[in-house]
Design a protein around this ligand. Structure first.
Ligand SMILES: Nc1ncnc2c1ncn2[C@@H]1O[C@H](COP(=O)(O)OP(=O)(O)OP(=O)(O)O)[C@@H](O)[C@H]1O
Ligand SMILES: [Mg+2]
Length: 359
């Protein structure tokens, strides 16, 4: 231990490695970060597909038991040489409930809290005792002193206790310690856009589904899941070319939308995803009387070659691919790899960043 870190510890500034753990439907992802003199350093990262643990191919969404996921996570921690024990863990969007509601304003914060927690019950389809509830008050657009405030917008977030128990058993089974569980949307936002003021749309194209959120002033203004994901592209390529899934998966990654015979099946699936995305986009723009200024592609499906150009041609707005590792420091020779694989790791990076803020 160097003298410097001894002093840092003496003054209570412990610079410990932290871990982000993303339990996706098709693969587990981990990212280990450490703060060094105020900089965020990438120490290690890794991914392990769940498919082979359940008799399926890489890239396909799985429905594994907590025990199977625990085993996979232990293998991943070993393979990636993870040393950190303290982590943050993602909660799948599909297992959570997010609603934006308009509620009466109360000047007294305690009274406001009571109003929100009472009203929230009306929007949650299960007894409050079965869930964990959280909420955020959406900041006002242009707070005017004169007009008396009557209503506030509140984002209500709920997660079922069973889901948390499931995740907790995986984490303790893998000998990790989680200090928070976060719905993946918030992790992605932290890693992919940050404190963006203008409305931005994020498309997280996972294996099982595509999650789409509109982020404004760093807050989720709208969220929606589309039950079509990148595994459906692999399946479409397999069917149209009469190929095994494993071969179709390789082809998808090699060529993407850059050409070849499989192009039409790719376009077919993406156009299904994008037509639903367009619906969400228009719904937001109509309700808020504002236009979305850009689209950020993330998730493994967001890596698809030439997808950004294809999306640009469909939506006619700025489209770019998320680069979450740009928020971390890593050796220069790794930059191009990190940039390429980044979208798959957005959730894990976002979790590790929050964990670092906590230290
Ligand atoms: N280079 C690539 N080109 C195209 N698709 C890719 C590429 N890399 C990964 N994918 C696809 O991305 C998907 C995995 O993405 P990701 O890891 O974000 O999903 P997940 O988090 O497991 O799923 P979900 O978010 O739905 O729970 C797989 O279907 C995989 O085939
Ligand atoms: Mg995911």
């Amino acid at each position: 231990m160097s003298g410097l870190s001894f002093f840092a510890n003496l003054f209570g500034k412990k610079e410990e490695s932290v871990l982000g753990v993303d339990i996706g439907s098709s693969s587990l992802k981990v990212v280990q970060l450490r703060k060094k003199q105020g900089r965020v350093v990438l120490e290690t990262y890794g991914e392990l597909a769940l498919g082979p643990y359940g008799g399926a191919e890489v890239g396909q969404a799985m429905n594994l038991s907590a025990e199977q996921i625990t085993e996979t996570l232990k293998d991943l921690l070993r393979e990636a040489k993870v040393t950190a024990k303290s982590c943050g863990v993602s909660i799948p969007f599909a297992r959570s409930l997010l609603t934006l509601v308009e509620l009466p304003y109360r000047k007294d914060p305690r009274e406001q809290k009571t109003v929100i927690e009472l009203e929230a019950r009306k929007y949650i389809p299960v007894p409050v005792s079965e869930i964990q509830l959280d909420w955020f008050i959406v900041p006002e657009e242009d707070p005017s002193q004169n007009a008396p405030k009557e209503k506030i917008d509140v984002l209500i977030v709920a997660v079922h206790n069973d889901e948390l128990k499931f995740l907790q058993s995986v984490i303790t089974g893998a000998h990790l310690a989680a200090s928070f569980y976060e719905i993946e949307i918030f992790s992605t936002i932290r890693a992919a856009v940050g404190e963006q003021v203008k409305p931005v749309m994020i498309l997280d194209i996972g294996a099982a589904s595509t999650k789409t959120y509109v982020v404004e002033h760093g807050v989720v203004a709208l969220s929606h899941a589309i039950s079509v994901g990148s595994q459906d592209i692999t399946r479409a390529i397999a069917v149209s070319g009469n190929l095994p899934i494993a071969r179709a998966e390789v082809l998808k990654k090699e060529k993407g939308l850059e050409g070849g015979e499989s192009l039409s099946s790719l376009e077919l699936v993406f156009s299904r995803i994008f037509s639903e995305v367009r619906r969400v986009l228009i719904q937001y723009e109509t309700a808020h009387k504002k236009s979305i200024t850009s689209i950020v592609l993330t998730g493994g499906g967001g890596i698809t070659k030439a997808l950004d150009d294809y999306a640009k041609s469909i939506f006619s707005i700025d489209v770019h691919v998320a680069d979450p590792f740009s928020k971390t420091e890593a050796p220069a020779f790794m930059r191009s790899v990190l940039e390429e694989i980044g979208p798959e790791f957005a959730v894990a990076v976002g979790l590790a960043l929050r964990k670092l803020e906590e230290m």
